[in-house]
Design a protein around this ligand. Structure first.
Ligand SMILES: Cc1cc2nc3c(=O)[nH]c(=O)nc-3n(C[C@H](O)[C@H](O)[C@H](O)COP(=O)(O)O)c2cc1C
Length: 487
């Protein structure tokens, strides 16, 4: 028998596939947020999830988060202003920045002032005053008793303890602080005791960037179970929901997430390889060539001293090895002057390509403007000075990649998870193989439509219909073909 693909196997009419696509997750989630599809483009730092990406996803009926982390305040403000006139929902990242508490507070206040209604809260280890301030701003009760909470936090977590905190009402102590400073009234604080900090939590499994490398199949059911438990504990009138991100870039992964009960899915790595992402063409090309095992963990610039790591690309760049070398030296010596001359010479010639003294002068002027306390500390504590110098390389490596600095290609720091390799294998031989035609919405629609087809195939299999292996090989479709199914 000739092999059949799902497309020509007539796995449902286009009408039924369209229905499945719109019902894959939690339809209540889509209607609450004003989305057509339960598909979220996660925040990617330094504007890699750009304004253009948020717009493209928004126009296609999905939700994108602008990657506010690591950007100067004025750039985030400009993005908020540009997206303010959009006639679709837009989200912004609110990332916990323990090293820059003033910036985190300023961003929270910006989002409140400009009426940003959805934030993706990430990297938080506990609930903070900023988060509670954002969530409770404008909370009120309607005449029929309904509590209205204008500001939505979609929290990204990979630990169950944190999921419990986000699914709980705001802590009373923090509410009282806000009442004391006049940010909310006592009545608003009372209302806030009846709502969760976040109605939605994205369980983040093994992903690009900061990750605990949790397997999605183990993590999601745990977070889902926390949602059920917290719903029963607090008896909220609204429904708690869990979404899934990390490792999703194919129809099969999306179908699996929805089969486990995910209210929505979130992608990241694959979007960075799309034309709208705020990175360089050089990086897009490298990402399009990435295979499953071409990623590894490397020291993170922001929490270098604590030994925190991020998942990055290792093919075509020496960044992971070089960053690991710097961490090893940082652990071994008390200060730069203790590094043996030959070792120091090697560092200056290969990794830094400038003298460590020059790097310090450069770093010093940067921090004098941005956070002079760092300079004071470094001048008292030579180990801290060494950390700031080493972090210069880690920070620059991300900029060289984003700017496509060809002389430093071997040092590119590109956050990326195994989802990238999975995507590339799926689209090989199709129009999405190279980066040139990877529009974020075409990628997303193909993942969703493919998930709908696989879901339909599974329904048939459970009814006893045998499908050939090829039938499960859903191939990417051009936009005109997708429209036939989904318009
Ligand atoms: C390049 C890149 C930058 C990221 N930056 C952030 C960030 O600033 N804030 C955040 O919450 N998540 C960040 N993430 C995580 C994504 O939002 C998303 O949760 C994750 O990429 C999903 O997993 P995946 O990479 O397997 O698709 C980043 C991911 C990548 C690949």
């Amino acid at each position: 028998m000739e092999a059949l693909s799902i497309q020509n196997y007539e796995l449902g009419t286009s009408e039924s596939l369209k229905n499945i696509c719109e019902r894959l997750g939690d339809p209540g989630f889509c209607s609450d947020l004003g989305l057509r599809y339960p598909y979220l483009g996660g925040s990617m730092a330094k504007g890699i999830s750009s304004v253009a990406m948020v717009e493209e996803l928004g126009r296609a009926g999905m939700l994108g988060f602008f990657g506010a982390a690591g950007l100067p305040f004025s750039v985030v403000e400009a993005a908020v202003d540009r997206l303010a006139s959009a006639n679709f929902p837009c989200g912004f990242n609110l990332i916990h920045s323990p090293q820059e508490p003033d910036l985190e507070k300023a961003l929270t206040e910006l989002y409140i002032r400009k009426g940003v209604r959805i934030v993706e809260a990430s990297a938080f280890l506990a609930l903070t005053l900023n988060l509670v301030r954002y969530r409770t701003h404008g909370i009120h009760r309607l005449a029929d008793g309904t509590i209205v909470v204008p500001n939505r936090i979609i929290a990204k977590v990979s630990r169950e303890e944190l999921a419990e905190k986000f699914f709980s009402p705001p802590p009373e102590k923090l509410l009282m602080e806000l009442v004391a400073e006049g940010a909310i009234t006592a009545e608003q604080a009372e209302l806030a005791a009846h709502i969760p900090m976040a109605q939605e939590i994205t369980a983040e499994a093994d992903s690009g960037g900061h990750t605990d490398n949790r397997p999605a199949l183990a993590l999601f059911p745990t977070i889902q179970s926390v949602a059920v438990r917290m719903q029963a504990k607090y008896g909220y009138s609204l429904k708690l929901r869990a979404g899934l991100g990390g490792g999703i870039a194919t129809p099969a992964a999306a179908a699996a997430a929805f089969a486990m009960g995910a209210a929505y899915i979130m992608t990241g790595s694959v979007n960075q390889s799309c034309i709208e992402s705020g990175t360089s063409d050089e990086v897009r090309k490298m990402l399009a060539e990435t295979r499953q095992a071409d990623v590894s963990m490397a020291p993170a610039a922001d929490m270098f001293e604590m030994g925190v790591t991020v998942q990055v690309l290792k093919r075509g760049t020496m960044f992971p090895m070089r960053a690991a070398k710097l961490y090893e030296i940082y652990r071994a010596y008390a200060c730069i002057d203790d590094i043996p001359a030959t070792e120091r010479d090697k560092l200056e010639k290969t990794i830094f390509q400038v003298s460590l003294n020059d790097v310090w002068q450069n770093t010093r002027s940067f921090f004098m403007e941005r956070d002079p306390r760092q300079v004071e500390r470094a001048e008292r504590d030579p180990k801290h000075l060494m950390a700031l110098v080493f972090r210069w390389y880690l920070g620059q490596a991300a900029h060289w990649a984003k700017d496509g600095e060809s002389s430093r290609k071997i040092d590119y720091q590109v956050w990326c998870g195994p989802a990238m390799g999975a995507f590339n294998e799926w689209v090989s031989g199709s129009f999405l193989e190279g980066p040139a035609r990877r529009a974020v919405s075409i990628v997303a629609l193909n993942i969703l439509l493919g998930a709908a087809m696989l879901t339909r195939a599974n329904i048939l299999r459970y009814q006893g219909i045998q499908l050939p292996l090829e039938a499960l090989n859903v191939k990417p479709l051009e936009y005109t073909q997708i429209k036939e199914y989904l318009s």
